[in-house]
Design a protein around this ligand. Sequence first.
Ligand code: NAD
Length: 380
Amino acid sequence: MKIGAPKETYEGEARVAMTPDSAAQLQKLGYDCVIETGAGEAAGFSNAAYKEAGVQVVKTAAALWKAADVVAKVRPPSETEIKRLRDGQTLISFFYPGANEKLMDLAKGKGANVIAMDMVPRISRAQKMDALSSMANIAGYRAVIEAGNNFGRFFTGQVTAAGKVPPAKVLIVGAGVAGLAAIGTATSLGAMTYAFDVRPEVSEQIESMGAEFVFLEFEDSQDSAGTGGYAAPSSPEFREKQLEKFRELAPEMDIVITTALIPNRDAPILWTEDMVKAMKPGSVVVDLAAEKGGNCELTIMDEKIVTKNGVTIVGYTDFPSRMASQASTLYSTNIRHMMTDLTPEKDGQVVHNMEDDVIRGATVTFKGDITFPPPPPKIK
Ligand code: NAD
């Protein structure tokens, strides 16, 4: 069978779902690989590099979709792309089925089998396919780099002949995968890092990454802890305590990186206009929750603004694409691991085993049926 990656069509998307290295691995699984011309260019992978890795380069998207039995993509397919699907073809990409019912219907109508990388169950066995985490890790890292790029001072403290420089103070709100990556990056640059999360169990992880856990005195520390490792919306009392604490911290913090999310909801507003006003000129807020409405009240999605009091607020939503080479390398590895599980005999033939928890969990359409939402996984 052939597995192929088209050039991403979403404006500004620089990632690609197959790299020359991942193609070499896919060939070891028995597949022939095909790529649309220029698909890897924005991520630093030339047609020549693909050819050298034994990949066939085709001239158009139409030719790619026609040639490939399995199409690997990054972004959810556009309607034009969905129309290219055919009976029995497999599509693997981010899909967000809960928000993309129409696309799911169209894929079902085409008889294609769609595997959503965002639906890979977050169980230990599937960590190697967990593209949400690999991309969140990059976003957390890049958020710090983006903050540094907009911050006119050092992260680290220095004592030099020209004077003493205090370290920057960085607050990370939300310590999931992205938040922990941001903590690690800011700490390694020498900043004094502080972090808060509603799930008290992450305090140890926060501290092990070198940050100070912002402790909130509240009777019920489990208030917003939620279930299954995810956060739940906070009670009004808890939220008030949290905002009170952030108001206290706002004038001191040079950089605030917000990553707080609650599954299937808009992002909670945690960094309010008055907090931004209380920050020093030159401070930076990077809002990784911008796509879900933002954690900062003033965030404008996909834009960078500077407030009247000189605070920069970054609301970009394309952090992984801004590190397209790294992101493509990690994402294509996630895809390759998915293909390994789909190819038990390593003979270049897809075995779409719906008895397998991970494959079942990620499959949103199969043989003309919608299979989303999946049953809960049996194995931890
Ligand atoms: P996420 O992107 O859903 O949310 C980011 C963080 O925001 C979470 O830590 C959440 O607790 C926090 N948050 C929500 N509301 C907040 C508020 N009001 N104030 C402060 N923080 C708030 O998180 P994620 O990175 O997807 O991780 C979610 C869970 O999934 C974690 O328990 C993580 O360990 C787990 N996980 C497991 C696996 C695996 O087992 N393979 C992989 C990745 C993540």
